[in-house]
Design a protein around this ligand. Sequence first.
Ligand code: ZN
Length: 190
Amino acid sequence: MKFGYYNRLGEKQKATYRKSDAIDAVKVPDAGALEPLVGQLEAALSSGKRLATAKAASALVLELCRQLAVPAVRVTVRAVRPEIEGGELHGLYTFAEKGTAPTIEVWMKTAAHERVVRFRTFLRTLLHELVHHLDVTLLGLQDSFHTEGFFRRESSLVRQLVARPQSKPAKAKTPKPRQLALFEMGKARS
Ligand SMILES: [Zn+2]
């Protein structure tokens, strides 16, 4: 299944979309080594402290980049999610440009009640933005589209990092196209 916007893409973009859609997973070389970093991130987020959360999120992402042998990406954690049409912004990936490092931004509090978001939600958003980074670095894609393959890669990272026993194997969650914009707007080219 292709998302509706596929038909509006140019031929080169369509080829990039299809490549993206065909890749189901990103294998983390040593997921076990990330366990303490995931634990530190969960603890930092539940403390509600932004700087501690930023430090832990950055440490986790940098270790993932190191293991996958891709260029580092800067991680910024912000407080209250900005409201956007139809929802609120969860995260944002800004591509590297001349002289600037690529950046991941994630928000830790909901716009509606300024509550700290659930850990799983926060981690999934962080990894979602990392998949954009991996698309253009690790996978060498020309652009990073939200495809079903993209969301499967995101889910594969979540599963490898949070290996908690579940009664049923978790199905890859593909958001409805309408929800795609909740992840990022504006700066991301998608
Ligand atoms: Zn995205």
